[in-house]
Write a protein that binds this ligand. Structure first.
Ligand SMILES: [Zn+2]
Ligand SMILES: [Zn+2]
Length: 182
């Protein structure tokens, strides 16, 4: 397949690479739309500690399931999907306190490679943060959809959690320091 790689800050190549193959629980999505977010921009301009280069690039995307790995039950090939590019571990301090956005390992299995024909999603993302596009359509029509999609911002754990390890990071005595990447 053809993919964009970030070779070093400021330098992108477009080249042929191996098409990903899904392992157990994983899914390979045929990318139909890929967007650019601030993290992409920062990585392009100055690098990113969680994206050793050269790296497949891009992580905001939608598409359809091209290949589903063994054990994937909720999605079938051809399903139109979108996904959050990370998934919380559900076991660390922050996950146990409904602060999944500060999960200490959330970046370890980040989806990278949305600027390509296909992108592979790890099992944790497939299980927790991959959604059928039909769920969004239901939201648009005002009907009930999956709680993760429709919960109002103030109800989401991530909205209650401190967002940065800066002046507004309200640490508690028993709370470990926020991860350096946040
Ligand atoms: Zn992003
Ligand atoms: Zn966690």
């Amino acid at each position: 397949m053809l993919a964009h790689l970030l070779l070093e800050p400021g330098k992108i190549s477009y080249e042929e690479v191996e098409t990903p193959v899904p392992g157990p629980g994983e899914v390979v999505v045929r990318v139909s739309t890929a967007l650019t977010c601030g993290t992409d921009l920062k990585a392009f301009l100055r690098g990113h500690p969680k994206m050793p280069m050269p790296t497949l690039f891009g992580h905001e995307f939608a598409g359809d399931v091209a290949f589903a790995g063994r054990g994937v039950r909720d999605f079938r090939e051809g399903d139109a999907v979108m996904a959050v590019p990370t998934a919380p571990c559900k076991t660390c301090y922050y996950c146990r306190h409904e602060q999944e956005n500060l999960c200490t390992t959330i970046m370890d299995n980040m989806v990278l490679g949305a600027y390509a024909e296909y992108v592979k999603l790890p099992a944790a993302v497939v299980e927790t943060n991959m959604f059928p596009k039909a769920a969004l359509a239901r939201v648009r029509r005002g009907r009930a959809a999956r709680a993760a999609v429709v919960r109002r911002p103030r109800d989401r754990p991530s909205a209650r959690a401190p967002r940065r390890h800066g002046a507004d990071h309200r640490c508690r005595r028993d709370q470990p320091a926020a991860p350096a990447w946040c």
